[in-house]
Design a protein around this ligand. Structure first.
Ligand code: NAP
Length: 495
């Protein structure tokens, strides 16, 4: 890892091209990504796609779709397995880029890269399953079958917080099912995306099967979504951008022949319930890891701890001690548990929320910026937060935990469900009846018992949320690739 960090650092400031229809482009305006641990360091220089280039990317991807969609599934699967193999070979390089461009600590970076590998391996096998025969009822005198076809041009819009895993997962899901893809990476983390685009080429994906199109979401996002030749959008990001994409995609444009499909995975305000008989040490560890891992910048992060009144004071004392012991600093130093938040803008927003939280509850740990040149924030715990508080209801996306007292388990469940989001949640309890009630009534897409609410594993924990958390696409699950396909039923009269 140390060697990879040194190698990657030596590549800082390199300029990367746009890729459209197999051709490389440069633009006058550039995008510079920085190292959030040391913002003076430029990690990568990228082109900023113009609306003309964005439109051209859709046209080119549309033109190549007939050729790519008629390749055999076996061929696409082989390419995807090659991509998984290459990712494994270059795992430390990708880890190092994640440390430097996304501010991930070593273990968080390793988890991101590993999840990307898992997505490739899992979707390759899923495509194998979906490309096989699908038995349907045979009508007398007929030969009946059903097969899955790709959709067309997909716009892939990932967030910066899993700049490799989520970008890779959405992109390869589109490609292995036979769609052409336009990758519009987050403006915070375009270098990791550029590295993955290079890897796709090395794995054998044709240069025309996808476009690499960095650029500002506000400048080219609407155009990509509204383009009449766009067939679907796979988005992961904030609630407001997701809702906008959903709204724009729903409106038919002149020349458009289909209803666009939108896969939108959005924010969270995830709660962990701590029951009166919970193992408090495990609960505190689980809450701290969920709230402060990657600085709280996970859609699955725990931002609300809802604690039974009987163990509330004890829990608070322990989580305070735990938070105060966490080290914050540059992400490349493995001695630090937390690195920086992603940007100056994010830091400002989070600090504003902390100020609001100080008026809505009682700060017991952290409460401000942490020292250093990077975008560092102390792990912050605010106690006695009512359910009407903004820090109880709004996604902060930083290391800020609101702690709320519940009268009993029923009240805790009501509080947990008092949110417009429904992504992840966890319960620490030793009462089987309470776990049964949570199974039925805790309204989230990913529910965990007696463990943290982050760290979904591909294959084991298909991921996606309810309500304003998105379309519940269940990434890394057996339903996911179907979102990138359409089924065709064929009946042949034989007698
Ligand atoms: P974001 O601000 O919504 O940005 C996400 C992506 O959308 C970026 O690539 C962004 O490009 C692009 N974008 C911005 N405006 C657009 C527009 N008008 N049209 C099309 N695309 C546009 O979210 P973020 O800050 O990157 O990510 C954090 C959010 O993602 C949090 O809310 C988190 O909960 C959520 N998230 C959800 C999941 C999940 O599975 N549910 C997983 C991870 C993250 P630019 O960077 O160029 O603006």
């Amino acid at each position: 890892m140390e060697a990879a960090l040194a190698e990657v650092r030596a590549k800082f400031g390199h300029e990367y091209d746009l890729l459209i229809g197999g051709q490389r482009f440069q633009t006058a305006e550039k995008l510079r990504s920085v190292n959030p641990s040391r913002p003076a360091e430029v990690v990568g220089i990228h082109q900023k796609a113009t609306p003309e280039l964005a439109s051209r990317a859709v046209e080119e991807a549309y033109a190549y779709f007939p050729e790519w969609s008629s390749t055999s599934a076996a061929d696409r699967i082989r390419k995807l397995l090659a991509a998984a193999r290459l990712l494994r070979e270059h795992k430390f390089d990708f880890d190092a880029w994640l440390v430097y461009e996304a501010g991930k600590t070593w273990p968080e970076a390793e988890a991101d890269t590993s999840e990307a590998i898992d997505f490739c391996e899992y979707y390759a096998r899923e495509m194998l399953r979906l490309s096989g025969p699908h038995p349907v009822v045979q009508m007398p005198g007929e030969k009946d079958e059903m097969r899955y076809l790709p959709l067309g041009v997909g716009i892939i819009i990932p967030p910066w917080n899993f700049p490799l895993a989520i970008l890779a997962g959405m992109t390869v899901a589109a490609l292995v099912t036979g769609n052409t893809a336009i990758i519009k990476p987050s403006s915070e983390t375009p270098t990791i995306a550029a590295k993955f685009a290079e890897l796709l080429l090395e794995a054998g994906f044709p240069a025309k099967s996808f476009a690499f199109l960095p650029g500002s979401g506000s400048a080219i996002g609407d155009l990509l979504v509204q383009h009449p030749k766009t067939r679907f959008v796979a988005f992961t990001g904030s609630r407001d951008v997701g809702l906008r994409i959903n709204e724009l995609a729903a409106k038919k444009q002149p020349g458009q022949k289909w209803i666009k499909r939108v896969i939108a995975e959005m924010g969270g305000k995830d709660a962990i319930i701590v029951d009166a008989d919970a193992d408090l040490e495990k609960a505190v560890d689980g809450v701290a890891a969920s709230a402060f891992g990657y600085q709280g910048q996970k859609c699955s992060a725990c931002s609300r701890a809802i604690v039974d009144a009987r163990v509330y004071d004890e829990f608070l004392a322990r989580i305070q001690k735990k938070a105060e012991a966490l080290t914050v600093g540059v992400a490349d130093n493995p001695g630090n548990y937390m690195g920086p938040v992603i940007s100056e803008g994010a830091r400002r927003t989070i600090l504003q929320y902390i100020d609001v939280g100080k008026t809505e509850g009682r700060p017991v740990a952290g409460g401000g910026a942490a020292p250093g040149d990077g975008y560092f924030i102390q792990p912050t715990v605010i106690a006695d937060v009512p359910c009407t508080a903004r820090i109880f209801q709004e996604e902060i996306f930083g290391p800020v935990l609101a702690v709320t007292k519940a009268k009993d388990f029923q009240h805790a469940l009501e509080l947990a469900n008092d949110s417009e989001y429904g992504l992840t949640g966890a319960v620490f309890s030793n009462t089987p009846e309470h776990l049964r009630q949570a199974r039925d009534r805790f309204f989230v897409g990913n529910l965990y018992f007696n463990r943290k609410c982050t760290g979904a594993m591909v294959g084991a924990h298909p991921f996606g949320g309810f309500n304003m958390s998105g379309t519940d696409s269940k990434a890394g699950g057996p339903d996911y690739l179907l979102l990138f396909l359409q089924a065709k039923a064929i009946a042949e009269r034989v007698a």
